[in-house]
Design a protein around this ligand. Sequence first.
Ligand SMILES: C[S@@+](CC[C@H](N)C(=O)[O-])C[C@H]1O[C@@H](n2cnc3c(N)ncnc32)[C@H](O)[C@@H]1O
Length: 200
Amino acid sequence: MSYKPNDHYARKAKDENFLARSVYKLEEIDQRFKIIFSDNYILDLGASPGSWTQYSSRKVGANGRVLSIDLKAINVNYHNTVCVQGDINDLKVEDLITKYKIDRPFDAVISDMAPNTTGSKFVDQCRSYDLCVVAFDNAQRFLKPTGNFICKIFEGEDAMPFRDELKKHFKEVHILRPKSTQSSSKEIFLIAKGFLKPNS
Ligand SMILES: C[S@@+](CC[C@H](N)C(=O)[O-])C[C@H]1O[C@@H](n2cnc3c(N)ncnc32)[C@H](O)[C@@H]1O
């Protein structure tokens, strides 16, 4: 089946004032695996246009914080949320943490980052994997012990070795292809729970 931007989930997102249909992927992951809680601090990577940020900001509430990063503008303006436009490969997240006075490690790092697709399955998979590596690097540096990590990856030869690598660093790792993922998409999500932070 082909890509259908005006499908059930796109209409539902519009009706519920979410900026993208992607919100229902995070909602399904969160409902199944219990990732985001009230008062949590969340690092949201690949956040534009902003539906995961909207979901996270609402769920963590007034005492939570969300730091969202994307190459493109993120159209969310909540008092508990900071949105930064830039390339995750170039930004220094530790500087953002200082600048925005984020006073403790994140409870969850969530990455919906995806490369612009080229038409070459192999190139797209490699670029998706590269983004996962950057997301995981940030998770290792800024996640609290026992924290959670969500990462989108395009299915390919790197996906299962990456899952296996995550298993060394988290208590449990799950794979989900959400119901709202388009049938033409190669994306799956790795959901890693219970960060085993070294020396903690
Ligand atoms: C599927 S969209 C994210 C949708 C978003 N989660 C939402 O709910 O609105 C993937 C995003 O990854 C971002 N992205 C890709 N490479 C990136 C990079 N190097 N640094 C930051 N963001 C990146 C893209 O700009 C794009 O907006």
